[in-house]
Design a binder for this molecule. Sequence first.
Ligand code: BMA
Length: 321
Amino acid sequence: MNKSFFWKKEKNQDEYIWRYEKNPIIDLSKVDYWHVFNSAIVFENGIYHCLFRVETKDGCPRLVLGKSLDGLNFEFGEPVEFRNSDGSLFEYSYAYDPRLVKVEGRIFAIFCADTFGGPSIYIAETKDYVNYTVLPCGFLPYNRNGVLIPEKINGKYFMLNRPCSLGHTESGEIFISESEDLIHWGNHKLLMKKFEEKYKNFWERIKIGAGPAPIKTKEGWLLIYHGVQGTCNGWTYSIGVALLDLKDPTKLIAKGSRYLMTPETIYEKTGFCANVLFPCTALSDDEGHITIYYGAADTVVALAFTQVDELVDYIKKNNCV
Ligand code: BMA
């Protein structure tokens, strides 16, 4: 089957990223979860395979299997039963913010889980999007927003990550770490800074974190990320973009100075945690189409569309590095 993923061209002139008019795509009255939001999706042979970040009705963050044929209507499966390599159950207190990334034919879920009193980044491998084997933990606590570059470069894996505190991190920037085996990580580098007075990028004043796996383009790895601003009513999570060097992703080439999407619609401005846009998936193809699945207000999943050339053009014209 060679169907392409769901993408729509209609947009307003001034938008670099445009929303799906039928957002949000999850009808919470039809699922037995409190909220279904930041989710990881891979499109393969006409099927959308998914890991949903849900909150159960006792408020616990969990990852649940999902599947769809059209990218809009999802069947919900069971909560994922992560296993260790010896077959024993991977035990954790809660898990959230998954990304699904293919690297050289292997499929990995990267997610945040708490096994020792705070979050760290875990990697689990799957061959069927149902059974997941967790690798030994390679990151010290506390750390979040882990996402792999979807290719090995010079024989190495690269993981974007965001060291953080226990709880609601007051400040944070994007780091990049490397590994030859996905277990031993090192050579950690600060990849991307948040707000800098000289650029007036106030929308990312508090912290930033990587979103979906970076997309390979002629100009570099295109990174979609979230930036957080503080307001009297709490934090606002918006979406921005940056470019990393193709041959050396530890080098930031350029970064857009403003957000390209900020909470505007009712389903983004109201919900369990108002004013949050949190992208964990960006499907892309050779023609440069991009479909972003993002969590809105920590309550529902919504879709937005864009194109590689639009984003690259914007970053180059508004570079603040
Ligand atoms: C982060 C995670 C995300 C959430 C965001 C905004 O720490 O919990 O899942 O979307 O906060 O609440």
